[in-house]
Structure formats: C-alpha cells, structure tokens
Design a protein around this ligand. Structure first.
Ligand code: DGJ
Length: 692
C-alpha cells in the first residue's frame, strides 16, 4: 500500500524505498513527521509544544505541512491571503481526508473564513518519487485575494547543514551548477521573467553536509514553465525548509465565491547521492511526465537550418540543404526562423504567420514535398507569443500586447509579448498554428519565445498580477489542444535556447532546445548541468560549425541527448557528409540506451580533465560511454575510467573503435579501463554488451 492511515491522525506515504509521514496534532495543525527510510508507522506520535519564549512562537518552530501567514508565524510561509474584509491572517486546521489508490487528499480549512486548502499527495511507488500540490478554494461569498500560494513546503529531516544545488546561468550559458552550503538564512532561486528562464531553475537538490549516519540527499522539482520561486531557509534552531512554487513576486490570485486555484505539482524524493537524483527523475519523466504520444518512442535525429541559413531561408536554399541533410541520415528537416511575413531579420514579421511569397513562391508544399521525397519529415519554427511592432498584426491590434497605458512598452529583440490572457489572442494563436498544421504535412513544431515579459499590464484582467500564471497556462492550453488534434506532430519548447526547460515543458512538449551555445566544450558543462535533474531524451543537442573541434568530438558531445545537426551542409564535402552519416548511424544504433537508459556522470572536465558519461539500459545488458578530453596538460595522458550500473558478476564485451575485449562487470566498475587521451580533442565512444 502506497498511501495509508496509521492510527487516528497519522498518514503515511510510501515509495519502494522511502517514507513520508504527516499527522494532525491535537491543535488541528497538519505536521510533517518524517521523510526518509521506512520505519514502523505505528510508532509515530505528535508532540504539541508551546512557544519557546516570548520571542519564539511554536508556529515558527514546528514543521507544518503547509504554513499560512497568520497568527504567530513569522518565518517564511507557504500561503498568504487577504479576505474580503481586509483581514490578512489565515489559520488552517485539519478538516477531512480522502485516500484513493496512490493519492492522499487532506483538506484544511480556515478557523473562521470559508477558505479551503486541499493538499494533494501522489505516490509513484516504482520510481521513488512523490508528487504534491495544493488547491485553494473559496467556499464562501466574499472574494479572497491570494498573494502567495506555494505548491509545497518541505521540511528537511536532519538538523545538519545542507549543500543546496541549483543552477545560475545566462542565455548561452545555461545550467551552470551552483552549490551553496546553507548555514543560516534563506537561499532563493527564482525567475521573474514569465518563463523559467536561463538563470536559476525550478528545483532544488539538498545534500547533507554530514553523512555519518547516511543522511539522504533530498530533491524537489516544480512542474511549471513560468516565474517560479524555490527558497530554502535554515532557522536558528537548525531546521531547514524549502518552499517551492509559483513566484509570489508580482503575484495575485483573486478567488470569487466558488472559485479555486490549482497550483502546479512538485515532485520530490530522497536518495543516496546527487547523481542518483538524475536517474530517478529521468525514469520518472519517461514513465509519468512526457506527453503520451511520443513517451515510449525514441526521438528522431533532426537537422535544423538556423545556424546554416539564419533568416535567409528560401525554397531553393532549404531544398538544397534538405538534400544534404538526407545524406547524413537525419530523419526530420526543421526550417527555422525567416519563412513568414516580411521576416528578413528580427525587426519585422512576427505575428504575420503567412508564407512569404518572395521566398516561397509556391507556398511551403514545394519544400515539404521535397523533404518528404527525400525520406524525412518536415518541421517548422514559430514564435507564437510574440509580435514585432513592424507587422500587420500589431498595426491591426496594438492592444493585443502586455503593457501599461502610460508607459512605452519595452522592446527586446524588437518584439513585444502578446497578451495570451485575452481569449481572442489565445484563439488567434491556436488558429494560425491549426491552419499551418492542417494545410501542411508538418511533423515537428519548434515553439520559440525570445524575450521575457516586461511592463506586465493586462487591463482585461481584474488584477494584472494574474497574468504571469495565466500566460503560462494559456501556452499549455494551446499546445495541449494542438497535440490532441495533431497527435503525430512533435513539439519542441525553446526560449532563446534553454529558457523554457523545466518539468512543465516536459509535461506539455516532447523535447526542449537546450542552449543556443552549440560549442562542444561549453556544451559539456551545459549538458552536465542540465542532467542534474532533467531527462536525457528531451535534451536537443546539435552538431554545428560553431567550433574548430573535429567532427568526432562534436558528435561525441551531441550524441548524449536527442541528436541534431545544424551545420551549413552546403559547405560540407561528400567525405564530411559520409563521416556525419557514420556517426548518425552509431547514434541510431544506440539511441534506445541513450534516450531511455540511466545516465551516470563518471568524470567531469572540471575535476578530472576528462569528461565521461555513461548510459546503461534498464536490463544492464548494454552501455555506451562517451569520453572526451579537450586537451591534456602537464604530460597527463592516460585516464582510468571506471564504469557504473553494470552487473558485477556478468561478463561484458567492450568495443572501443577497433579494440575489443572482454571483462567482468566488477572489473569494469572497480578497476576500470585505462586509455590514452594525450593530445587535443581526444575522444572515444565505448560500447559495452553483456555476454549471455
Ligand atoms: C532562438 C533559438 O534558440 C534559435 O535556435 C533560433 O530558433 C532563433 N531563436 C530564431 O530566431
């Protein structure tokens, strides 16, 4: 049983290896009791403490499951609201619960006002992951304004210090890993941009700084692509808590009588190591998160035109590129920006989603037919949430953007953001994509978003601060509707590279564009950071002309996700095309293991001068290892790589280029294989196969 009641007031959630326990005290408050190894549930008891003294209230020191701002709570809260009469004090006590299969619902209610908070917990037993969220309901007559609705409050089990891991990136430098030891105070990671953006990411991993007693590494990740906040605080009594949810900065939800607000899910768990978090969440995303249509399918190798032709796309140039792309073994040809309206650079055209007749005199079908004849599917780029002031759409509907009446809306990349919270704008966006897909054989949509939301005014809303959440929901709604209508079309989420990479994107899109930075050396770090908690399969990685590294090196790095090509193939020789084809074939032979297998970070450039990642299939019968060394220093040449995740007692055939040998799993994992990486850009792909 994954969810059950143990005694009067104790609720237990259990995954295969771990337990999460909560209970209701005699004061009616829902408390957090345990998060970690399984213990006998009958032993839990709830102690109700009083204030420590006049400066430290009991509310600040106990671990509530969901702390509202109210009464004597002075620390960070999970929820804050204002009732119709102006009172800004909520006291939520236990009212009821429902258990059905693997879900627990706990209903809390305010002691005076008609406000209900439904806390939902779902257990994904086989993945060692739990999910939780909250639904806030106004069951009374008067409007309630919610100023903060976190999805989850998570109290850490140990009083030790934790190292909190997140990312701190930029456009072109996504997923730069940061590790901060939290001794006291609050660490906050957030986005205020309307997307999850390139800076911090909507998750935390917390590694205990003492692991003498086997304290667990904890993690939590938010399923949301908009402005988020993850804050982790450690108080003076050494208790650490995380709040994860939609950013409360410039946030409001007004609930009229009978209305509710459903916050996004947070998935959380605990495990033995930071590296294991990546595997747990990879398996979880593959099984429970990705849209169903392509969940169990491997993603295709694609070619994308952006780095080759930029905005200068024409039927002729794209046809010639496509002919070349087909020779590499690419399975989808994606035409990027530049095909519509008066789009010759980024100054005009966004919003005018008709085919540019000068570039495509016979419409898109000439190109699409050609691509299909070459044996590839056709994909296309769009940026539906945006408009250039220099566009027919904007001239017709200047009131369709977010702005404040008395301010000039700020342009970024010469564009403005469409107000998707207006039904007619949402309809316009759905309709133009619907038309594009119904009139053309398009199997792949790259959905881009190249600037954040600024001057966030939306006069159509009762309170403009609602737009952040509503905008994100509108994007999901449109994509979901399109995916339902066109189940054979894949959707990629892109926001100037990796600005929309999060579990919300993984829930609604099939893959994401990782970064505009395709330089393989930079990519190593970007991809390692991405892999902390994000699934391999969704990570698009192109081989491009962006560096002088040899093709072998570029492919070595890009094969570690969903492989793509983006170089200007018009400049490639037949020999080079044949070489690309060889790598694409190696990828295709192994992509099942890469896209669906467990990833182990074996060595990384920063610490070991060599980067090595391993992907192992679920049966532990096949593995592929990508080892790459940019250059060796100080006469270092040989590196010993120890594998992971194999069966110790089984024997494996190892293939490294022309070298072939046989070893036991235990040898490969404990002794390892020593190889010479002396020189520049040395890299190897190893394949490891179990001998039956
Ligand atoms: C930003 C994306 O990240 C690029 O891949 C490309 O699609 C451009 N936008 C097109 O404008």
């Amino acid at each position: 049983m994954a969810v059950f009641r143990a005694g009067e007031n104790i609720f237990v959630l259990e995954t295969e290896n771990y337990q999460y326990v909560l209970g209701v005290g005699s004061d009616g408050l829902l408390r957090h009791l345990h998060w970690g190894e399984k213990v006998q549930p009958g032993d839990f008891e709830i102690k109700v403490f009083d204030d420590i003294n006049s400066n430290h209230s009991y509310l600040d020191t106990i671990c509530q499951e969901y702390s509202p701002f109210g009464s004597k709570l002075f620390r960070d809260c999970a929820f804050k609201c204002r009732f119709g009469d102006g009172v800004r004090d909520a006291v939520l006590v236990f009212k009821d619960y429902v258990i059905s299969e693997n879900t627990l619902k706990i209903f809390l209610e305010d002691i005076h006002y008609r406000l209900e908070a439904e806390l939902l917990y779902t257990v994904y037993e086989d993945c060692d992951v739990m999910g939780r969220k909250v639904i806030i309901r106004n069951t009374g007559e008067e409007c309630i304004e919610c100023e903060k609705v976190m999805s989850a409050e998570l109290s850490f089990p140990e009083k030790c210090e934790y190292e909190i891991i997140n990312t701190n990136g930029t456009w072109w430098g996504e997923y730069q890993v940061v590790k901060e030891r939290l001794s006291g105070g609050t660490l906050s990671f957030e986005s205020r941009k309307g997307t999850s953006a390139h800076g911090n990411a909507p998750f935390f991993i917390a590694k205990p700084c003492l692991d003498e007693r086997g304290e667990k590494t904890l993690f939590g990740v938010l399923e949301y692509s908009g402005s988020f906040k993850v804050s982790v605080s450690r108080d003076g009594f050494n208790v650490t808590r995380a709040m994860v949810g939609v950013n409360d900065f410039d946030f409001i939800v007004s609930l009229k009588s009978g209305e509710e607000f459903s916050a996004p899910w947070v998935y959380f768990g605990c495990t033995e190591s930071v590296d294991e978090v990546s595997r747990i969440m990879n398996r979880f995303a593959l099984k429970y998160v990705f849209p169903e249509q392509f969940r169990e399918k491997t993603l295709p190798v694609l070619y994308n035109s952006w780095e080759a032709t930029g905005f200068d796309v024409t039927a002729e140039s794209q046809k010639r590129l496509a002919e070349r792309a087909a020779k590499t073994g690419a399975e989808v040809f994606v035409m990027d920006d530049g095909w519509f309206g008066e789009r010759k650079d980024d100054f005009a055209g966004l919003g005018d989603w008709y085919v540019n007749k000068k570039k495509f005199p016979n419409g898109l079908s000439e190109l699409i037919d050609h691509v299909n004849e070459l044996g590839m599917d056709f994909g296309i780029w769009i940026e539906p949430e945006m408009v250039n002031p220099d566009s027919d759409l904007y001239r017709e509907h200047p009131d369709w953007i977010y702005n404040f009446k008395t301010r000039t809306p700020s342009e970024m990349r010469n564009q403005l953001v469409l107000n998707l919270t207006k039904p007619q704008v949402k309809e316009f966006v759905f309709d133009f994509i619907d038309k594009l897909l119904s009139e053309n054989n398009i199997k792949y949509i790259k959905w881009d978003m190249n600037r954040p939301i600024s001057e966030p005014g939306a006069e159509n809303l009762r309170d403009g601060r609602e737009l952040w959440f509503r905008h994100t929901m509108a994007v999901y709604e449109i994509v979901d509707k399109l995916k339902e209508k066109y189940p054979e079309t894949q959707f990629e989420a892109c926001a100037s590279g990796g600005g929309r990479c999060d579990y919300g994107a993984f829930r609604h899109f099939d893959e994401i564009w990782t970064s505009d930075n395709t330089k393989p050396i930079d990519r190593i770090e970007i991809q390692n950071g991405y892999a902390l908690i994000n699934p391999t399969k969704a990570m698009r990685a192109w081989v491009t002309d962006s560096s002088d590294a040899p093709l072998s090196f570029k492919f070595n790095i890009s094969m570690q996700g969903a492989l793509g090509l983006g170089m200007n193939l018009l400049d490639s020789s037949e020999e080079e095309l044949a070489c690309m084809k060889k790598y694409v074939e190696i990828y295709k032979e192994n992509r099942e293991v890469i896209q669906f297998g467990d990833r182990y970070g074996l060595m990384n450039l920063k610490d070991h001068m060599l980067n090595a990642n391993e992907f192992v299939n679920v049966k532990k019968s096949k593995a592929i290892i990508f080892a790459a060394c940019v250059n060796t220093k100080f006469l270092h040449r040989s590196f010993k790589i120890k594998l992971k995740g194999l069966e110790a007692n089984s024997r494996y055939n190892v293939e490294i280029g022309e070298d072939r040998f046989e070893k036991s799993g235990s040898y490969l994992m404990n002794v390892g294989i020593e190889r010479d990486f002396g020189g520049d850009y040395k890299n190897e792909i190893w394949t490891v196969n179990k001998i039956n």
